[in-house]
Design a protein around this ligand. Structure first.
Ligand SMILES: [Cu+2]
Length: 231
């Protein structure tokens, strides 16, 4: 019966395709979520929020939320090499195809501290999957103030003027009590200021590197300024 023949062929082809794909999970369209920062943390999780340790091979969408200007997310392995910029914060979407191999994700700035790994397909899973949160020295604390009169200061937690500091992370609590002045901290890798008309408090997290940092009120910088040496 020639009339039915094309229909039978279609059915057979559909059945064969189903059998072929039935043996393995189809990864097509699966989305994974990578996160790095704001602290020293990096992770890759599936839609349920579980850490990725093993995947079926296939094509995935990777959405990365890079929350830090000090860290990045770098995904590497057979056929895959995708990374976010270290100095940029933002979300990134990649389409990647994983084959039978091990893959790693690291922060390029802290590759020994911030890393993870997973296996795909028949690859042997890596022995450790690390999501590191290493103990770090707590950030130093600094108090910055400008106003209410013609005054500006940057002090250590002891209350002493910050003339010299060790390089590292600091939390700066800023009190801007003047509607005509601001507090502006400038130096290697740092350029932060309150608004001139702004009054109130601000908290900044900064990483101070070796060098000289200057603080000033921009409208009166000849008069209201100071500096701190970082070693
Ligand atoms: Cu990092």
């Amino acid at each position: 019966m020639p009339f039915f023949k094309p229909l039978l062929i279609v059915l057979a082809a559909g059945g064969a395709a189903f059998v072929l794909s039935g043996g393995r999970a189809d990864a097509q369209g699966t989305t994974l979520h990578g996160t790095v920062g704001p602290a020293f943390n990096i992770s890759l999780v599936d839609a349920s929020g579980n850490a990725v340790t093993h995947l079926e091979k296939g094509t995935y969408t990777i959405m990365v939320d890079d929350k830090s200007e000090e860290h990045n997310f770098h995904l590497q392995g057979a056929g895959v090499d995708q990374f976010t910029p270290v100095e940029t914060v933002g979300t990134f979407t990649w389409t990647v195809t994983f084959t039978d191999a091990n893959y790693t994700f690291v922060c390029d700035a802290h590759p020994t501290l911030m890393k993870g790994a997973f296996a795909v397909g028949t690859a042997t899973p890596p022995t450790t999957t690390t999501v590191s949160k290493p103990p770090l020295p707590p950030p130093g604390k600094l108090s910055a103030a400008v106003g209410p009169g013609a005054s500006i200061s940057l002090k250590k937690s002891s209350g002493a003027s910050a003339k010299t500091l060790k390089a590292g992370k600091y939390t700066v609590s800023v009190r801007d009590l003047s509607k005509a002045q601001n507090f502006h901290l400038i130096g290697p890798g740092v350029n932060k200021s309150t608004g001139v008309r702004f009054t109130g408090r601000a908290t900044w997290s900064v990483t101070l590197r070796q060098g000289t940092y200057r603080f000033q009120s921009d409208p009166s910088k000849a008069r209201l300024h100071g500096s701190v040496r970082v070693s």
